[in-house]
Design a protein around this ligand. Structure first.
Ligand SMILES: [Zn+2]
Length: 267
């Protein structure tokens, strides 16, 4: 699943290409809005809220999309060949200079901009947003002290933008087992401060997530995606297990030596 920094990067790219431009044609390939047509409307802005994308038009409409597990927005010049099969296309937005194509979008819907709270009002503070408030996020986490920290970090109602990669990497860097109860996870403000610094750096970097400082392929992360490989710090084999979250079961990666705690299986 794309992380918040990936979604914010996508929003920034779409905003640069489309903001201030008039839509000359639109094509929505999802049943609920298949007959909708935004042609003639001007794109005001494209913003990210957590992992949600909001494209607002001057007619007071918002196109709300969510990338879920494998979605992506591509930008093409008119006439350019698309890098993806047509049957995966959910939305096409054309201006004079650009064609924005949404592939495999988990959510693709239209609503009045005034009603955006219905789709993003539940979100906690966005780690990458102007509303980022680590004290508020820590308070929401602490409201359920028995919950596993890995599950709580992924719950977008606590804080918005964290996916599997940041969850696992943050827990490793703090030496916290992802199954540790929130109430025993130590300094949450310090943890969230590190998270925000890493995600903002990743947003500026514009590329894939790097937590080790080594951008070479296969060396960029401490534990995520490395089950069965030796920990880069201590050599213990990295473990992997499913961990519940509020909207889906997600996977956690951790080193049982660097992150001692109640995680399944033991070292
Ligand atoms: Zn280790």
């Amino acid at each position: 699943m794309p992380e918040g920094d990936t979604v914010h990067q996508a929003a920034a790219r779409l905003h640069r290409a489309l903001a201030g431009q008039r839509l000359v044609a639109t094509d929505f390939r999802v049943p609920a809005i298949a007959t909708s047509d935004l042609a003639g409307q001007q794109v005001r802005e494209v913003v990210a809220r957590g992992k949600h994308l909001l494209l607002r038009t001057d007619a007071g409409l918002t196109l709300h999309s969510h990338l879920r597990m494998e979605g992506a927005w591509h930008l093409y010049r008119p006439g350019e060949r698309w890098r993806g099969p047509g049957w995966q296309v959910r939305a096409v937005l054309r201006t004079r200079g650009w064609v924005a194509v949404g592939f495999r979008l988990g959510v693709c819907e239209l609503l009045p901009t005034a009603d955006e709270r219905q789709v993003v009002g539940h979100l906690g503070p966005d780690v990458l947003g102007p509303d980022w408030d680590p004290a508020e996020a820590a308070g929401r986490l602490r409201a359920d002290p028995a919950r596993a920290i890995g599950s709580a970090l992924l719950d977008q109602r606590n804080l918005a933008g964290v996916g599997n990669i940041w969850k696992s990497e943050l827990c490793f860097l703090r030496g916290v087992d992802p199954w540790t109860p929130v109430g025993e996870a130590g300094d949450l403000e310090g943890m969230l401060g590190l998270l925000a610094r890493m995600m903002r750096a990743s947003l500026r970097g514009g590329g894939p997530q790097v937590t080790t400082g080594d951008t070479r392929r296969g060396r960029s992360l401490w534990v995520h995606g490395r089950a069965g490989q030796p920990c880069r710090r201590c050599g213990t084999l990295v473990r992997k297990a499913d961990q519940e979250s509020y909207d889906a079961d997600r996977v956690a990666y951790w080193c049982p030596t660097c992150q001692p705690g109640p995680g399944p299986g033991g070292p």
